[in-house]
Write a protein that binds this ligand. Structure first.
Ligand SMILES: Nc1ncnc2c1ncn2[C@@H]1O[C@H](COP(=O)(O)OP(=O)(O)OP(=O)(O)O)[C@@H](O)[C@H]1O
Length: 261
């Protein structure tokens, strides 16, 4: 089917063309084409099981880790095919970082949670450089003031919201271009959620963000563009304010007015 709305972005960071995903015989994403613009927050919404997480995982090849999962079509990051067999997938996952539904800090200190990635990727030559990356990443994630006096404490000892900001700092530490977020607030209380939403707003100046959310209010608050999925099809995409006020496809309208979900 043809997607309603504007799939193109001026000077896109990522482009997806005719992307299909299969889990064995199950056709989970059907011929989806969309650009992801620079410094935009793109929200992906739709009823449970419509393929939002599956599509998100295509963007940094996390589906490679799922047995029986097959992806076809073309996805580029800054013009480079991310499914090129010669591509370094570890590097790709640094460039396109991911934050999950449930905060998942490593069972290590706060410092080591952030330092681990930069160490693996050789981003710091000295301890001072590593300290600098840790501090900058925690500052960008809005967590520095809360943890600067206990960097050697375990990351798992932080509150849920702090843990999620730690995971965002961990993604930031390896200098990503794109940050994927799969329902990053679903395990958080309203105050921690508001803090993450503020953070998304700040991070947009530097990064491209794609967020899957079940909350239409959240999509409306944090994103500039919204993509509505239904049964594996990308039904409609457009500026968030238009999608929520003047949807063009009847299925989008039914979803945002709560007729199904
Ligand atoms: N590992 C898997 N193996 C087989 N089928 C899968 C797998 N993961 C997802 N699916 C199926 O693919 C479809 C899309 O699932 P996906 O999790 O991407 O949807 P979603 O929109 O993110 O759902 P939710 O909002 O409930 O998280 C569903 O029918 C789901 O059952």
């Amino acid at each position: 089917m043809t997607t309603v709305g504007e799939i193109h972005a001026v000077n896109p960071r990522m482009t997806c063309r005719r992307v299909n995903v299969y889990y064995g015989d199950k056709h989970a994403i059907k011929n989806v084409s969309i650009d992801i613009g620079r410094n935009e927050v793109l929200a992906m919404i739709g009823p449970s099981g419509c393929g939002k997480s599956t599509f998100l995982r295509c963007l940094n090849r996390m589906n490679d880790t799922i047995e029986g999962c097959r992806v076809t079509g073309t996805i580029t990051l800054d013009g480079q095919d991310i499914y090129d067999p010669d591509l370094d997938v570890v590097l790709l996952r640094a460039q396109v970082g991911m934050v999950f539904q449930k905060p998942n800090p490593f069972p290590k200190s706060i410092y080591d949670n952030i330092a681990y990635g930069p160490k693996i990727h050789g981003l710091a030559q000295t301890r001072a450089e590593l300290d600098e990356i840790v501090e900058t990443s925690l500052r960008k994630a809005g967590l520095w003031d809360e943890v600067k006096d206990r960097l050697d404490h375990p990351g798992t000892g932080l509150s849920g919201g702090q843990q999620q900001r730690l995971c965002i700092a961990r993604a930031i530490a390896v200098s990503p271009e794109v940050i994927l977020m799969d329902e990053p607030c679903s395990a958080l209380d309203p105050i921690a959620t508001a803090r993450i939403e503020e953070l998304i707003h700040e991070l947009r100046e530097q990064y491209t963000i794609v967020i899957v959310t079940h909350s239409m209010q959240q999509a409306a608050r944090v994103s500039q563009r919204t993509a509505f999925f239904h049964l594996g099809d990308l039904i409609e995409v457009g500026p968030t304010d238009r999608i929520f006020t003047r949807p063009r496809h009847p299925l989008t309208e039914d979803y945002i007015t709560g007729r199904f979900g």
